[in-house]
Design a protein around this ligand. Structure first.
Ligand code: NAI
Length: 258
Protein backbone atom coordinates (compact mmCIF):
# COMPACT_ATOMS: atom_id res chain seq x y z
CA UNK A 1 0.00 0.00 0.00
CA UNK A 2 1.21 3.54 -0.78
CA UNK A 3 2.54 5.23 2.35
CA UNK A 4 1.67 8.88 2.98
CA UNK A 5 4.57 10.85 4.43
CA UNK A 6 4.70 14.51 5.50
CA UNK A 7 8.07 16.21 5.00
CA UNK A 8 8.72 19.74 6.25
CA UNK A 9 11.37 21.79 4.47
CA UNK A 10 10.52 19.84 1.31
CA UNK A 11 11.24 22.78 -1.03
CA UNK A 12 15.02 22.68 -0.62
CA UNK A 13 18.11 20.73 0.40
CA UNK A 14 17.68 17.65 2.59
CA UNK A 15 13.86 17.84 2.64
CA UNK A 16 13.71 18.12 -1.17
CA UNK A 17 16.12 15.19 -1.61
CA UNK A 18 14.05 13.12 0.82
CA UNK A 19 10.75 14.00 -0.88
CA UNK A 20 12.20 13.00 -4.25
CA UNK A 21 13.60 9.70 -2.94
CA UNK A 22 10.34 8.81 -1.21
CA UNK A 23 8.28 9.64 -4.30
CA UNK A 24 10.53 7.60 -6.55
CA UNK A 25 10.11 4.70 -4.12
CA UNK A 26 6.32 4.88 -4.52
CA UNK A 27 5.34 6.85 -1.41
CA UNK A 28 3.03 9.87 -1.49
CA UNK A 29 4.71 12.94 -0.02
CA UNK A 30 2.96 15.95 1.49
CA UNK A 31 5.57 18.69 1.54
CA UNK A 32 5.36 21.58 4.01
CA UNK A 33 7.39 24.74 3.42
CA UNK A 34 7.18 28.50 3.01
CA UNK A 35 6.54 28.02 -0.73
CA UNK A 36 6.67 25.52 -3.62
CA UNK A 37 5.12 22.61 -1.70
CA UNK A 38 1.69 21.02 -1.16
CA UNK A 39 1.19 22.81 2.17
CA UNK A 40 2.37 26.41 2.51
CA UNK A 41 2.96 27.35 6.15
CA UNK A 42 5.35 29.36 8.28
CA UNK A 43 6.59 27.08 11.05
CA UNK A 44 8.17 29.97 12.96
CA UNK A 45 4.82 31.06 14.42
CA UNK A 46 2.05 29.17 16.31
CA UNK A 47 -0.63 30.00 13.69
CA UNK A 48 1.65 28.72 10.93
CA UNK A 49 2.26 25.47 12.80
CA UNK A 50 -1.51 25.00 13.25
CA UNK A 51 -2.03 25.72 9.54
CA UNK A 52 0.67 23.17 8.69
CA UNK A 53 -0.98 20.48 10.81
CA UNK A 54 -4.43 21.23 9.32
CA UNK A 55 -3.01 21.33 5.79
CA UNK A 56 -1.23 17.98 6.16
CA UNK A 57 -4.29 16.30 7.67
CA UNK A 58 -6.53 17.65 4.90
CA UNK A 59 -4.12 16.54 2.17
CA UNK A 60 -3.58 13.16 3.81
CA UNK A 61 -7.31 12.40 3.75
CA UNK A 62 -7.35 10.46 7.01
CA UNK A 63 -4.18 8.40 6.76
CA UNK A 64 -0.67 9.52 7.71
CA UNK A 65 2.15 6.97 7.87
CA UNK A 66 5.19 9.09 8.72
CA UNK A 67 6.42 12.61 9.44
CA UNK A 68 9.93 13.93 8.85
CA UNK A 69 10.75 17.42 10.10
CA UNK A 70 13.57 18.84 7.98
CA UNK A 71 12.68 22.56 7.89
CA UNK A 72 15.31 24.63 9.63
CA UNK A 73 17.31 27.85 9.57
CA UNK A 74 20.78 28.71 10.85
CA UNK A 75 20.53 32.47 11.36
CA UNK A 76 22.07 34.07 14.49
CA UNK A 77 18.55 35.23 15.35
CA UNK A 78 15.67 34.05 17.60
CA UNK A 79 13.86 32.77 14.47
CA UNK A 80 16.26 29.82 14.63
CA UNK A 81 14.76 28.78 17.97
CA UNK A 82 11.23 29.35 16.66
CA UNK A 83 11.69 27.19 13.54
CA UNK A 84 14.24 24.56 14.62
CA UNK A 85 12.76 23.80 18.04
CA UNK A 86 9.16 25.03 18.28
CA UNK A 87 8.42 24.49 14.58
CA UNK A 88 9.54 20.86 14.78
CA UNK A 89 7.93 20.05 18.14
CA UNK A 90 4.66 21.78 17.16
CA UNK A 91 4.42 19.91 13.87
CA UNK A 92 5.22 16.53 15.41
CA UNK A 93 2.89 16.93 18.38
CA UNK A 94 0.10 18.19 16.12
CA UNK A 95 0.41 15.23 13.75
CA UNK A 96 1.05 12.58 16.41
CA UNK A 97 -2.59 11.54 16.89
CA UNK A 98 -2.98 10.91 13.14
CA UNK A 99 0.29 8.95 13.09
CA UNK A 100 -0.83 6.83 16.04
CA UNK A 101 -3.74 5.55 13.95
CA UNK A 102 -1.48 4.27 11.14
CA UNK A 103 -0.47 0.60 10.88
CA UNK A 104 3.30 1.27 10.98
CA UNK A 105 3.80 4.91 11.98
CA UNK A 106 7.26 6.53 11.99
CA UNK A 107 8.73 9.95 12.76
CA UNK A 108 12.14 11.56 12.40
CA UNK A 109 13.73 14.96 12.89
CA UNK A 110 16.96 16.55 11.64
CA UNK A 111 19.40 17.48 14.38
CA UNK A 112 23.01 18.54 13.79
CA UNK A 113 26.55 17.93 14.94
CA UNK A 114 26.18 21.54 16.17
CA UNK A 115 23.93 20.24 18.94
CA UNK A 116 27.09 18.84 20.61
CA UNK A 117 28.94 22.18 20.40
CA UNK A 118 29.00 25.31 22.63
CA UNK A 119 25.49 26.64 23.25
CA UNK A 120 23.39 28.90 25.46
CA UNK A 121 22.22 26.70 28.40
CA UNK A 122 19.50 29.18 29.46
CA UNK A 123 17.91 29.09 26.01
CA UNK A 124 18.04 25.28 25.93
CA UNK A 125 16.48 25.07 29.42
CA UNK A 126 13.72 27.52 28.44
CA UNK A 127 12.90 25.43 25.36
CA UNK A 128 12.61 22.26 27.41
CA UNK A 129 11.02 23.62 30.59
CA UNK A 130 9.68 27.11 29.90
CA UNK A 131 7.47 28.89 27.42
CA UNK A 132 8.23 29.91 23.84
CA UNK A 133 8.00 33.59 24.86
CA UNK A 134 10.66 33.02 27.52
CA UNK A 135 12.94 31.10 25.14
CA UNK A 136 12.60 33.86 22.52
CA UNK A 137 13.29 36.58 25.11
CA UNK A 138 16.48 34.77 26.21
CA UNK A 139 17.43 34.31 22.55
CA UNK A 140 17.02 38.07 22.00
CA UNK A 141 19.27 38.67 25.00
CA UNK A 142 21.88 36.32 23.53
CA UNK A 143 21.80 38.32 20.27
CA UNK A 144 22.19 41.58 22.24
CA UNK A 145 25.31 40.08 23.90
CA UNK A 146 26.61 39.19 20.40
CA UNK A 147 26.09 35.49 21.14
CA UNK A 148 23.53 34.92 18.36
CA UNK A 149 25.81 32.23 16.92
CA UNK A 150 24.96 30.05 19.94
CA UNK A 151 21.28 29.91 18.97
CA UNK A 152 21.64 27.32 16.20
CA UNK A 153 23.52 24.79 18.39
CA UNK A 154 21.08 25.59 21.21
CA UNK A 155 18.09 24.86 18.97
CA UNK A 156 19.54 21.53 17.84
CA UNK A 157 20.59 20.46 21.35
CA UNK A 158 17.14 21.28 22.73
CA UNK A 159 15.54 19.38 19.86
CA UNK A 160 17.70 16.29 20.46
CA UNK A 161 16.91 16.34 24.19
CA UNK A 162 13.18 16.78 23.56
CA UNK A 163 13.27 13.98 21.01
CA UNK A 164 15.07 11.55 23.35
CA UNK A 165 12.57 12.16 26.16
CA UNK A 166 9.49 12.09 23.92
CA UNK A 167 10.63 9.01 21.98
CA UNK A 168 10.37 6.69 24.98
CA UNK A 169 7.15 8.21 26.38
CA UNK A 170 3.68 6.61 26.22
CA UNK A 171 2.75 9.06 23.44
CA UNK A 172 5.48 7.84 21.07
CA UNK A 173 7.10 4.49 21.93
CA UNK A 174 3.98 3.54 23.89
CA UNK A 175 1.85 4.28 20.83
CA UNK A 176 4.15 2.25 18.59
CA UNK A 177 5.77 5.26 16.87
CA UNK A 178 9.57 5.12 16.50
CA UNK A 179 10.92 8.69 16.83
CA UNK A 180 14.59 9.39 16.05
CA UNK A 181 16.96 12.00 14.63
CA UNK A 182 19.64 12.18 11.99
CA UNK A 183 22.39 14.64 12.90
CA UNK A 184 24.41 15.69 9.84
CA UNK A 185 27.85 17.28 9.69
CA UNK A 186 28.26 19.73 6.83
CA UNK A 187 25.81 19.14 3.97
CA UNK A 188 25.98 20.89 0.60
CA UNK A 189 22.66 22.76 0.47
CA UNK A 190 21.37 26.33 0.22
CA UNK A 191 21.98 26.64 3.98
CA UNK A 192 25.74 26.18 3.68
CA UNK A 193 26.31 27.58 0.15
CA UNK A 194 27.18 31.10 1.38
CA UNK A 195 29.85 29.66 3.71
CA UNK A 196 31.64 28.04 0.76
CA UNK A 197 32.07 31.45 -0.91
CA UNK A 198 34.64 32.46 1.71
CA UNK A 199 37.82 30.30 1.98
CA UNK A 200 38.47 31.58 5.52
CA UNK A 201 34.98 30.41 6.53
CA UNK A 202 35.57 26.99 4.92
CA UNK A 203 38.72 26.61 7.04
CA UNK A 204 36.82 27.52 10.25
CA UNK A 205 33.99 25.14 9.29
CA UNK A 206 36.37 22.25 8.57
CA UNK A 207 38.07 22.75 11.92
CA UNK A 208 34.73 22.90 13.77
CA UNK A 209 33.30 19.91 11.87
CA UNK A 210 36.12 17.59 10.74
CA UNK A 211 34.76 14.94 8.33
CA UNK A 212 37.50 12.32 7.74
CA UNK A 213 35.09 9.94 5.98
CA UNK A 214 34.36 11.26 2.47
CA UNK A 215 34.13 14.96 3.47
CA UNK A 216 31.07 17.16 3.02
CA UNK A 217 27.91 15.23 2.15
CA UNK A 218 25.25 15.79 -0.47
CA UNK A 219 21.64 16.12 0.79
CA UNK A 220 20.74 12.70 -0.63
CA UNK A 221 23.11 11.09 1.91
CA UNK A 222 21.10 12.46 4.83
CA UNK A 223 17.84 11.71 3.00
CA UNK A 224 18.85 8.03 2.73
CA UNK A 225 19.29 7.73 6.51
CA UNK A 226 15.98 9.52 7.17
CA UNK A 227 14.28 7.23 4.69
CA UNK A 228 15.34 4.17 6.61
CA UNK A 229 14.32 5.69 9.96
CA UNK A 230 10.75 6.16 8.68
CA UNK A 231 10.58 2.87 6.79
CA UNK A 232 8.56 -0.10 8.08
CA UNK A 233 11.94 -1.86 8.59
CA UNK A 234 12.69 0.38 11.57
CA UNK A 235 10.58 -1.30 14.22
CA UNK A 236 12.84 -0.99 17.30
CA UNK A 237 15.00 2.13 17.15
CA UNK A 238 13.77 4.91 19.44
CA UNK A 239 15.29 8.11 20.79
CA UNK A 240 18.55 7.81 18.83
CA UNK A 241 20.56 10.65 17.34
CA UNK A 242 22.27 9.09 14.31
CA UNK A 243 25.32 11.10 13.30
CA UNK A 244 25.65 10.97 9.52
CA UNK A 245 28.61 13.30 9.61
CA UNK A 246 31.68 11.78 7.96
CA UNK A 247 33.04 10.88 11.39
CA UNK A 248 32.83 14.38 12.89
CA UNK A 249 31.10 13.36 16.13
CA UNK A 250 33.49 10.46 16.80
CA UNK A 251 36.46 12.71 16.00
CA UNK A 252 35.31 15.54 18.25
CA UNK A 253 33.95 13.58 21.22
CA UNK A 254 36.40 10.69 21.08
CA UNK A 255 35.92 6.98 21.72
CA UNK A 256 34.63 7.18 25.33
CA UNK A 257 31.56 9.31 24.66
CA UNK A 258 28.99 7.22 22.80
P1 NAI B 1 17.81 24.38 3.17
O1 NAI B 1 17.93 25.84 3.46
O2 NAI B 1 18.23 23.88 1.84
O3 NAI B 1 16.32 23.89 3.44
C1 NAI B 1 15.60 24.29 4.57
C2 NAI B 1 14.13 24.39 4.20
O4 NAI B 1 13.42 24.78 5.37
C3 NAI B 1 13.87 25.46 3.11
O5 NAI B 1 13.10 24.96 2.06
C4 NAI B 1 13.14 26.55 3.89
O6 NAI B 1 12.21 27.29 3.12
C5 NAI B 1 12.45 25.73 4.99
N1 NAI B 1 12.06 26.62 6.08
C6 NAI B 1 12.84 27.54 6.70
N2 NAI B 1 12.11 28.26 7.57
C7 NAI B 1 10.84 27.80 7.49
C8 NAI B 1 9.64 28.17 8.13
N3 NAI B 1 9.58 29.19 8.99
N4 NAI B 1 8.52 27.48 7.83
C9 NAI B 1 8.56 26.47 6.91
N5 NAI B 1 9.67 26.08 6.27
C10 NAI B 1 10.80 26.74 6.56
O7 NAI B 1 18.66 23.69 4.32
P2 NAI B 1 19.06 22.16 4.58
O8 NAI B 1 20.53 22.14 4.67
O9 NAI B 1 18.36 21.25 3.68
O10 NAI B 1 18.51 21.99 6.07
C11 NAI B 1 17.56 21.00 6.42
C12 NAI B 1 17.76 20.66 7.88
O11 NAI B 1 19.06 20.09 8.05
C13 NAI B 1 17.70 21.86 8.81
O12 NAI B 1 16.99 21.49 9.99
C14 NAI B 1 19.16 22.12 9.14
O13 NAI B 1 19.33 22.74 10.38
C15 NAI B 1 19.70 20.72 9.13
N6 NAI B 1 21.13 20.61 8.98
C16 NAI B 1 21.75 21.09 7.84
C17 NAI B 1 23.13 21.00 7.73
C18 NAI B 1 23.85 21.51 6.54
O14 NAI B 1 25.10 21.51 6.56
N7 NAI B 1 23.19 21.93 5.47
C19 NAI B 1 23.94 20.40 8.78
C20 NAI B 1 23.20 19.93 9.92
C21 NAI B 1 21.84 20.04 9.99
Amino acid sequence: MTRIIAVSGAASGIGAALAEALRSGGDRVIGVDLKNTEVTADLSVPEGREAAVRGVLDAAGGRLDAVVACAGVSAPDPVTIKVNYYGVVGLLEGLRPALAAAPAPRAAVVGSISGTQPLDPAVVAACLEGTEDEAVRLAEEAVARRHGGLLYPSSKSALARWMRAAAVSPEWAGAGIPLNAVAPGVVLTAMTAPLFEDPAMVKVMNEAVPMPLNGHAGPEVIADALRWLVSPGNSHMAGQVIYVDGGAEATLRGPEDY
